[in-house]
Design a protein around this ligand. Structure first.
Ligand SMILES: *Cc1c(COP(=O)(O)O)cnc(C)c1O
Length: 434
């Protein structure tokens, strides 16, 4: 895979360089120069393939010029160790459960693949790197779990004290080993500023090989395409033959961009639904052709509270660049908290299925799509997190107590280990250098 910068002011780079750089120097985003279709034979037999088998075939198609078959197989076997099942909710609606990984959110797919591919390159070059990541909750958990025990990599996570949920904090602070959590006496923005400053500091950069695990890294996007194929395979196996519509609860639009990569590789999809909460500049763009990023507002589906989505340009380019092309493939809808809670309640009452608020936004987007474009479709709603990660909201909305998976319950009993720290850069730097 060769990658170019969307700003066109930096040179093309190899896969390895794109992964370790994260961002091109011109502040664009890295994009593959070429995404080839998979052969028809792949889709004819896809229903008999497992998620890792599908992932290997997709990687050979995308990355076959950068990695050998044996290397691809090893990276996939190391990282794709959990399932992404589709569950039938009601006629015409399937839920693609992406929360069976270690942190119980879909970001596990990206984080684990990124850790495996980075460690592949690091072992080859015998280098060691230090990952710095600021988190407001979900990303840090996935990165901590994804990089835990990965040779050649140590991880430092910065999180704002008192501003992440109990479960999220325990996910960051109970691993130990190569993962250290810094509890910053400030906001998420302070955490992000400290990380950015560290990357610009000459003394730190000569002391360590620093890398970021930011969500715009191309190695987090690639593995998210795998489960779109796997969902199609399962639908085919179940005999669901109506055209497929994926509804994607969206914030930074990495997940939806990954779906469009699968579409470019030939996955038969009628439409992608960009399902948004009250932060909806992309849904507005899809209606009007005008893109106006805004400041974010807080909602119950807080992992999607993004007013200026970092992957907007990737989504646009992957869907054909021109607005008229993009809106052929991607349909945008938005909803509010009240409707989100109503859906969580209604779905629970009718089917007994408990969904997290993000998934409910996705369900709502699919219903709005079906109302606007009547016809027989297989709707697949991406469930981006396990409901138990949002327990107070879920139990408050449903008015019942819901079971918590053993993995999360055990976490709550573990002892938190964090290093408290202020917001001044000098203190942070002294800590890193010691
Ligand atoms: C990150 C996240 C999203 C948004 O995904 P994007 O790729 O940023 O669009 C949705 N739901 C959950 C639970 C998340 O953690």
């Amino acid at each position: 895979m060769i990658l170019y910068s969307t700003e066109h002011k930096s040179p093309n780079v190899s896969l390895e360089e794109a992964i370790f750089r994260g961002l091109p120097p011109d502040n664009g985003l890295y994009m593959p120069t070429d995404i080839k279709s998979l052969p028809a034979s792949f889709f004819e037999t896809i229903q008999d393939r497992s998620l890792p088998e599908i992932a290997i075939a997709v990687c050979e198609n995308l990355l076959g010029d950068s990695l050998s078959s044996a290397e691809i197989k090893q990276i996939i076997e190391q990282s794709m160790t959990f399932e992404a099942p589709i569950v039938s909710l009601e006629p015409g609606v399937e839920v693609l459960e992406l929360f069976h990984g270690p942190s119980m959110a879909f970001k596990d797919f990206g984080a684990r693949f990124m850790a495996a591919i980075m460690s592949h390159y690091l072992l080859k070059s015998k280098r060691e790197i230090r990952i710095l990541v600021a988190t407001s909750g979900d990303t840090g958990g996935a990165v901590a779990q994804g990089f835990y025990n990965t040779p050649g990599i140590s991880v430092t996570i910065l999180y704002p004290t008192g501003k992440v949920s109990d479960i999220q904090e325990k996910q960051l602070t109970t691993l130990g080993g190569n993962v250290t959590a810094l509890e910053i006496d400030g906001t998420f923005d302070d955490c992000q500023r400290l990380v950015k400053q560290a990357f610009l500091d000459d003394e730190l950069r000569s002391a360590f090989d620093l890398a970021s695990a930011n969500s715009i890294n191309i190695s987090r996007l690639i593995p998210q395409s795998f489960y779109y194929f796997a969902a199609y395979a399962q639908a085919k196996k179940k005999g669901l033959n109506a055209p497929i519509v994926f509804s994607v609860p969206s914030g930074n639009f990495g997940n939806l961009s990954a779906g469009l990569m699968a579409f470019k590789m030939g996955l038969p999809v009628q439409a992608f639904v960009a399902s948004c909460n009250e932060n909806h500049p992309v849904a507005d763009y899809l209606r009007s052709g005008e893109y106006k990023p805004v400041a974010s507002v807080e909602t119950l589906s807080n992992a999607m509270d993004v007013g200026s989505p970092s992957n907007f340009i990737r989504m646009r380019l992957l869907a054909g660049d021109e607005w008229s092309n993009v809106r052929e493939t991607v349909k945008g809808y938005f909803t509010n908290d009240q409707k989100t809670q109503q859906i969580m309640s209604d779905v629970y009452t009718r089917t007994g299925y408990v969904m997290c608020p993000h998934t409910a936004v996705g369900y709502d987007g699919l219903q709005q799509y079906k109302a606007e474009y009547p016809g027989d479709v297989t709707g697949i709603v991406l469930s981006t997190a396990h409901y138990a990660k949002f327990l107070p909201t879920v139990e408050g909305t449903l008015g019942v107590s819901v079971p918590v998976p053993a993995r999360l319950a055990e976490l709550l009993d573990k002892t938190k280990k964090s290093i408290p720290m202020g917001t001044d850069f000098e203190g942070f730097k002294v800590y890193l250098l010691q």
